[in-house]
Ligand binder design. Sequence first.
Ligand SMILES: Cc1ncc(COP(=O)(O)O)c(C=O)c1O
Length: 378
Amino acid sequence: MSSFWHKIRADFPILKKSVYLDHASGGPIPRPVYEKITQYYEELSCEADFAWNKWIDRREDIRRKAARFIHAEPEEVTFISSASQGMNWIAELLANQGEVLTNTCEFPSSTLPWIWRKSKIVWQKPENEKVELRTLKSLLSPSVKTIVTSFVQYATGFRQDIKALGEIKGGRYLVVNATQGLGALEADVKEWNADFLCSNSYKWLMAGYGSGILYIREKWLPVFQPGSAGWRSMKEPERMDNQRLALKDDASRYEMGCPPFAAIFALGAAIDYLSSIGIQKIQRRILELTDFLILGLEKQGLEVISPRAPGRRSGIVVFKVREPEKVRRFLLRGSRKIYVSARGAGIRVAPHFYNSFEDIEILLKALAKTSDRLGSLL
Ligand SMILES: Cc1ncc(COP(=O)(O)O)c(C=O)c1O
């Protein structure tokens, strides 16, 4: 292991007790993120509201960094508490704009906000675990006005070609749930031609629960009014005018009351941490680890259902086993406490950059042992 990847493991105390390979469920926060959150609580206990201006400045600095992270402008970014909140706010704007095209393998956060608002939904079915662009294109009738897709599918690891989707969307709104990609893979809303994007903070971004990013393309900000507003949605909140509406022009108008500073600061620290390594380097490392994993699984005769084509791979690898939940428990109970998920027909493994090839080897050995114990995994 190169000394860089070895050294970085010290930022992840979870490795002392386990082999953690489940970032598609939730990631640990690296030590520098933990320290930034602790610093905030220290300030809160010693300075309370005296620190307000400093915190507001820090939040704006994080907004700029978050925007840069997805290649957006700061005015296009607002902080959210979950991907579900972000998708609901998008659906609030677009639900009555015409039909919504999505697919049957989305996580519910992508689809329920539209169903809740009674949008007419066109459902695309995946083919061999892939949401094929060819099929998607054939479903783009003139009545479809919005396309909703995950960047990476949570149950298969299929990475959609969002750039190609942005090229064929025509005048439709392209809505991306980036939750299973952001922090692991490069994301560029401008290159993608995306109109809206949301992501929570607790998976590959490794910022813990309670924060996230909503991107609204600048040109839509004056077109769509939010369904809700509060005193801090106003241009001059400190006036505390309780009778006059003067809504901010930028996406921060969605931040209605006092900010959840701790969650936003955690997100900022996580973006700093990931950016200091570099998202391209992170992406390359994750794909090397998953390459190695896929090879090892196949050597054991296990069927990997995650799409394999270059560009369609992600940090998620799913393989078939007969009794996923039993296998998951087995791996967790062993001396190395291997943490993965049981998803659909199989086991989902989701390593991040700080995992090592040795971590993957430990998993592969444990799977061989589990197979012996259970007779077979198939
Ligand atoms: C693609 C995707 N979106 C959203 C979520 C859940 O996000 P939240 O709880 O922030 O709505 C998940 C969780 O697994 C997911 O995989």
